[in-house]
Design a protein around this ligand. Structure first.
Ligand SMILES: [Zn+2]
Length: 341
């Protein structure tokens, strides 16, 4: 049995980052800093399996909490989920999940499974608040956060406030049009940022490029792989000097840079944070591409002025931001024992 007695502060919530690939959970203190983490592959066989996997992980971290003190039965669970979610915690039309998840009442299902209050928000909203609490956005009031992984998402901070939007889904930058034509997006349209610069988009672009160049080194690498490629494979080949792989990544980064410049013109942020596994595999290349494009094509006032940095908290940003998100949306959930009821 691990001894947490001198290190662990009292948890005020369990925070869950429910992604399309991984689900992570942790206990969070009043300042939002997570500990007692657990992680599993996301179970996508259907909504019921999805909820079971997430609930099992919450029970695991609650067991860690109860090693030092009895867990508060009202301890809330704050969930960041990928894709649009309505104010009642229902998945609206998740473009990167199977059709069975459309309209699924995730918050209600988790409350039944866990017998605790549950708050569901967009993972990117939690991640931006995490970077603001303890990462790259400390002390920043105007910022743009973009994450490139299985999908492309984002969040906006203006005048010190997270912009949630009328439907609670502001910052869905993955569906920002960055070209008039181009690859088809998961939402059905063409030329969206996500269709250029997500991990699956990069893998798809490499596959199509290899098919057009059957004698290329890229085609040989794909054939030798014996499975469909990932964005990370393409990055590895590019780093090894494969010119076709490098060209695919250049196109992805150009699309990202066009999108960032458009958003900077609209929002006037002091800082742009780029995160997600695709970027964090080679942050300097992505930050550099956005920097160069903004300094050449951006509004004169923005050239050289907007700070562009990679995410500091990596894939843990949403875990860091759960408490701040609850404080913003449903502060009563964080009341200490004795303060309510
Ligand atoms: Zn789209």
């Amino acid at each position: 049995v691990k001894d947490f007695s001198h290190a662990a502060p009292a948890p005020v919530a369990v925070v869950v980052d429910l992604g399309g690939t991984r689900v992570r959970a942790a206990l969070a203190a009043r300042d939002g800093v997570p500990w007692g983490r657990a992680e599993r592959a996301t179970d996508r066989r259907g909504p019921a399996a999805f909820v079971d996997r997430a609930a099992g992980l919450v029970d695991e971290v609650l067991a860690i909490a109860s090693e030092t003190r009895p867990a508060d039965p009202r301890l809330p669970v704050i969930v960041g989920v990928t894709g649009p979610v309505d104010p009642d915690g229902r998945l609206v039309d998740p473009p990167n999940l199977e059709p069975a998840f459309r309209g699924f009442a995730l918050r209600a299902a988790l409350e039944v499974a866990l017998e605790r209050p549950v708050l569901v928000g967009l993972d990117t909203h939690l991640a931006l608040l995490g970077e603001q609490a303890s990462g790259a956005l400390r002390g920043v009031d105007d910022a743009l956060y973009l994450t490139f992984s299985t999908g492309v998402g984002g969040a906006l901070l203006a005048d010190g406030r997270l912009i949630r939007g009328a439907l609670g889904m502001a910052g869905e930058v993955g569906h920002l049009p960055v070209s008039a034509t181009g690859p088809r997006c998961g939402c059905g349209e063409r030329g969206h940022l996500e269709a250029w610069a997500s991990g699956p988009a990069i893998a798809g672009a490499a596959t199509r490029r290899a098919a057009r160049r059957p004698g290329s080194a890229l085609a040989a690498r794909l054939a030798a792989l014996g499975r469909p490629p990932t964005g990370a494979d393409v990055a590895t080949w590019s780093a090894a000097g494969d010119a076709d792989a490098a060209a695919v990544l250049d196109a992805a980064r150009r699309a990202a840079a066009v999108g960032v410049a458009a958003l900077v013109a609209v929002l006037d942020p002091a800082t742009v944070v780029l995160g997600g596994g695709v970027v964090l595999g080679d942050p300097a290349a992505w930050v550099g591409a956005c920097r160069r494009h903004l300094d050449r094509k951006g509004l004169q006032a923005h050239r050289g002025r907007v700070r562009i940095v990679s995410a500091m908290l990596g894939d843990e940003a949403a875990l860091h931001g759960g408490v701040a998100y609850a404080r913003l949306v449903r502060p009563e959930l964080l009341a200490a024992p004795g303060e309510v009821g």
